[in-house]
Design a protein around this ligand. Structure first.
Ligand SMILES: Cc1cc2nc3c(=O)[nH]c(=O)nc-3n(C[C@H](O)[C@H](O)[C@H](O)COP(=O)(O)O)c2cc1C
Length: 319
């Protein structure tokens, strides 16, 4: 029996409620998801549509924790209270987003070089919000040792958990994860730590979970969007799932249909699908060919022909 928990990582532009619900109708293995971040705005600019992705009626299939990106304690508190009123006992603070547009404004990983600011933010928010707080972070914005000033601060607050993606913001999503520094964070933390980063197959998971035997929470993003069977395979400890292409196709077709209904025009729909195929294609042999063809398409009807033909004639799962 497995005792660990698996969580779907937030991928803004991918793992929204439509994806999460469709995923849950076709695949198993995740115990919950962290929803992609909601940016804070001042109270007078707040719109109910900001909460659409996390409304309880849109999230009946997979339990979620909403995530907030902010450097303004008052706006954070305001949003956390709204989320509490929707039923969310825990909210997550994004301290990891690496995108320069975000980080330059001292949000996401852009806050990591400022431990005093973070301490101040936590002092103001933790005691004022009705929810528990969890944090998702990287090792630093530019340098891995930024985290060593932050872990002692995190230790002073009653946090729910800390999710660590062991890269710097500067690395974006490439280069090696730093497992030695992750180990050091584990040694320092008084909180539950969840590992996140580059779990792409069963072997990787087994190696990393052998190394960090005390960890009981794992978060997977790109690996699960690429191969949606992965969480179930990890939970089972073995990969004996038959007919993957057919099962994947059924999932894909429902996903397409749900986005077709949810999006306002073919351009949006096509862009969203192109994004998905960047990941989906990696699960198939000869992945570059289908990825290229999809990305070149400008017309939805042409896209549909390409994908239909791919599934009928070419698709072979990359075991
Ligand atoms: C397109 C994209 C969007 C992302 N959006 C978010 C987000 O909204 N909030 C967040 O905390 N992390 C976000 N991340 C980071 C992922 O949650 C995760 O930390 C990262 O991809 C590493 O995990 P993985 O190797 O399992 O994908 C995003 C990553 C990508 C590639």
């Amino acid at each position: 029996m497995t005792t660990f928990k698996l969580y779907l990582a937030p991928l803004r532009g991918f793992t929204d409620y439509i994806y999460r619900n469709t995923f849950s109708g076709h695949f198993n293995g995740f115990d919950g998801a962290l929803a992609p971040f909601i940016p804070t705005v001042t109270a007078d600019r707040f719109k109910p549509s900001h909460l659409k992705d996390v409304l309880p009626e849109n999230n009946s299939t997979l339990p979620i924790v909403p995530q907030i990106i902010s450097n303004q304690p008052d706006d954070f508190i305001n949003l956390a209270v709204r989320l509490f009123d929707l039923g969310y006992a825990t909210v997550n603070w994004n301290l990891g987003c690496p995108f320069p547009m975000v980080a330059k404004k001292k949000r996401g990983s852009g806050l990591l070089p400022y431990p005093e600011y973070i301490n101040d933010f936590l002092e103001k928010t933790v005691s004022s919000i009705p929810n528990r707080l969890s944090i998702k972070t990287r090792l630093g914005r530019r340098q891995i040792n930024e985290i060593f000033k932050l872990m002692p601060i995190f230790n002073q607050y009653p946090l729910e958990e800390i999710i660590i993606h062991p890269r710097t913001g500067k690395q974006m999503y490439d280069g090696k994860t730093d497992l030695d520094t992750f180990q050091q964070c584990l040694d320092i933390s008084v909180h539950r730590v969840v590992y996140n980063g580059d779990i792409t197959d069963l072997k990787t998971f087994q190696d990393i979970s052998d190394r960090f035997a005390d960890i009981d929470g794992w978060m997977i993003g790109r690996g699960a969007v690429t191969n949606p069977f992965l969480p179930a395979i990890i939970k089972a400890g073995t990969d004996d799932i038959p007919h993957k292409v057919e099962k994947f196709r059924q999932f894909y077709e429902e996903l397409f249909e749900q986005y077709r209904r949810g999006f306002s025009g073919p351009g949006h729909l096509l862009n969203r699908m192109k994004g998905f195929w960047t990941y989906f294609s990696r699960s198939f042999q000869n992945s570059r060919k289908i990825a290229k063809k999809v990305h070149r398409t400008q017309k939805l009807h042409r896209y549909l022909e390409i994908v239909d033909r791919f599934f009928r004639e070419e698709a072979q799962w990359n075991e």
